[in-house]
Design a protein around this ligand. Structure first.
Ligand code: ATP
Ligand code: MG
Length: 411
C-alpha cells in the first residue's frame, strides 16, 4: 500500500480533542475518526487491525469446535419481553419504525439465538452446539470518554454454548478460558482471569482483565497469580496476605477485555428450549455465553503498547508487517519499487511511505506514531539491493540485503 494513496494521514504536533490515550493516539496516527460521542469510524489502517484481531479470535474459537454465524442487529421486541429484559436492560437502544413496530438494537444476542436454536434442537443428538459471531453491538452507555474502550457502537465476539448437562458445560467453559488466554497472548496482553458478579445475565461470571492505569475497572489480585476478584464485589481487601504465601494482595486499575458467563437455564426456560434425553425425558438445555470486545481489545492494546512517540503494535495485530520509508532522490526511485515488489511477492504486507516533499525526519516520526513493528529504509545511504532495518521498539539500525530482510520477516 502506498502511503500517499491511503485514506487517513497522521496528525503531527496537534493534539486531538480526544480525552483517552487510545483515541488520541489512534486518531493522530490515522486509524479512527470519531463520528459522535462513543461512536467511531475505522479508517483503512484501523480496519486492518480490527480484522487481524477478529481473525485471531476466529481461529481460537474455531479450534474449540465453534461455528460462526451472523445474527440480526434489529431484534424482535416480543423476545425481549419474554426474557423480561425489555424493561430492565438499562443500556438497550429501542427503535420505533414509521410503521409503529418497535425493535431492540442488539446489545447481546440471547433473545435472537435461543429461539433460533430451538428450531433445530430437539434431541440429545443435536447437542452440544457452540455458535458465535463477530458483530457490531449497540449499547446506550451513560459515559463515553474512554475512546474505543467504551463505545455506544462497538465490535464484539459473542459465543453461546448449548449443552446436555452441567458436566459438559463445565468442560467447555474451561476450554473457553484456554481459548481466551490464547487470544490475549497472541495480542501480547497479559489478561488476569477475575471472578466477578453476573450482572443482568447470571449470578457469577469470569472477566479477563488487563492491567493499565487508564482502565475503568479495578481488581484485587494476588501477584502470584492464584486469585483475582473485581473490586466491586470483592470480599477481601488489598494488603491482606495471600493464603498461598505470595505476599499482600494488590489493587489495580484494569480494562475488561472479555467476560464469560454460565447461563444455566435462564434463557432456555424463557423460550422453552428443551431436548429429549437418551432416557426419553424432556430436559432443559444448559447454556453459557462468552463475550470478547474486539474493538475494546484494540484500544487496550494501544493503552498498553505505546510510548512517547506513538503506538508499538504487537506483531500479529499490526496493520502491516513492514513500514518502508523511501528517502527520495532520483537514484533510489526504481529500487524502492523493486524492494516493495519483492517483499509483497513473498506475502509480506508493506506500507510504503512514497510521499514527495516530506522530509526523512517527518517520515520517521510518522512511522513511530503509526507503530508498525519493523521499519525498512530505502535510501542512497543503504545502497542498491540493501535496506536499513530497525525495530519499532529499539534504536538499533542495521543495513542488510533485501533477501536477508525477507528471511527475517518470513521465519
Ligand atoms: P462493562 O462492564 O465494561 O460495561 P459489560 O460487562 O457490560 O462491560 P459484557 O456484556 O460482558 O460487557 O460484554 C462482553 C465484552 O464486550 C466485554 O468484556 C467488553 O470487552 C466488551 N464491551 C462491553 N461493552 C462495551 C462497550 N460499550 N464498548 C466496547 N466494548 C464493550
Ligand atoms: Mg462484562
Amino acid at each position: 500500500m502506498r502511503y500517499s494513496n491511503l485514506l487517513g494521514k497522521t496528525i503531527r504536533g496537534v493534539s486531538s480533542d480526544e480525552a483517552s490515550k487510545n483515541a488520541k493516539l489512534l486518531t493522530r496516527a490515522g486509524f479512527i475518526r470519531r463520528e459522535v460521542a462513543g461512536v467511531y469510524n475505522f479508517l483503512p489502517l484501523g480496519l486492518r487491525v480490527l480484522n487481524k484481531i477478529s481473525n485471531i479470535v476466529r481461529e481460537e474459537m474455531d479450534k474449540t469446535g465453534a461455528q460462526e454465524l451472523l445474527l440480526s442487529a434489529l431484534q424482535n421486541k416480543q423476545s425481549w419481553e419474554k426474557t423480561g429484559r425489555w424493561g430492565t436492560f438499562d443500556a438497550l437502544f429501542k427503535i420505533k419504525s414509521r410503521f409503529d413496530t418497535e425493535y431492540a438494537l442488539g446489545p447481546t444476542h440471547e433473545e435472537v439465538l435461543v429461539p433460533l436454536v430451538r428450531q433445530f434442537v430437539s434431541s440429545y443428538r443435536d447437542l452440544p452446539l457452540y455458535l458465535y459471531q463477530i458483530q457490531v453491538k449497540f449499547r446506550d452507555e451513560p459515559r463515553a470518554k474512554s475512546g474505543i474502550l467504551r463505545g455506544r457502537e462497538f465490535l464484539m465476539k459473542d459465543l453461546y454454548s448449548f449443552h446436555r448437562d452441567e458436566k459438559d458445560f463445565d468442560e467447555y467453559y474451561d476450554a473457553m478460558i484456554n481459548a481466551y488466554y490464547n487470544v490475549f497472548k497472541r495480542c501480547n496482553l497479559d489478561a488476569i482471569l477475575t471472578e466477578a458478579s453476573g450482572g443482568p445475565f447470571s449470578k457469577f461470571s469470569h472477566e479477563f482483565q488487563v492491567l493499565t492505569e487508564n482502565g475503568e475497572d479495578e481488581i484485587i489480585y494476588c501477584p502470584g497469580g492464584d486469585f483475582a476478584q473485581n473490586a466491586e464485589i470483592a470480599k477481601v481487601k488489598e494488603g491482606k496476605q495471600c493464603d498461598l504465601g505470595h505476599g499482600p494482595l494488590k489493587r489495580a486499575k484494569t480494562i475488561e477485555v472479555g467476560n464469560i458467563f454460565p447461563l444455566k437455564t435462564r434463557f432456555s426456560d424463557a423460550f422453552g428450549l428443551t431436548y429429549k434425553g437418551k432416557d426419553g425425558k424432556q430436559k432443559p438445555v444448559i447454556m453459557g455465553c462468552y463475550g470478547l470486545g474486539v474493538s475494546r481489545l484494540m484500544g487496550a492494546i494501544v493503552e498498553v503498547h505505546s510510548d512517547d512517540r506513538g503506538i508499538t503494535w504487537p506483531k500479529e495485530v499490526a496493520p502491516f508487517n513492514v513500514h518502508m520509508v523511501h528517502i527520495k532522490d532520483s537514484a533510489t526511485e526504481p529500487w524502492a519499487k523493486k524492494v516493495y515488489e519483492e517483499l509483497t511477492s513473498k506475502g509480506i504486507e508493506v506500507l510504503w511511505d512514497d510521499r514527495e516533499g516530506v522530509s526523512a525526519g517527518e517520515k520517521f516520526a510518522d512511522a513511530d506514531l503509526i507503530g508498525i513493528p519493523v521499519r525498512l529504509v530505502v535510501s542512497a545511504k543503504a545502497g542498491v539491493g540493501k535496506v536499513e532495518w530497525k525495530n519499532r521498539d529499539s534504536d538499533k539500525t542495521e543495513i542488510i540485503s533485501v533477501q536477508e530482510a525477507i528471511r527475517k520477516l518470513t521465519t
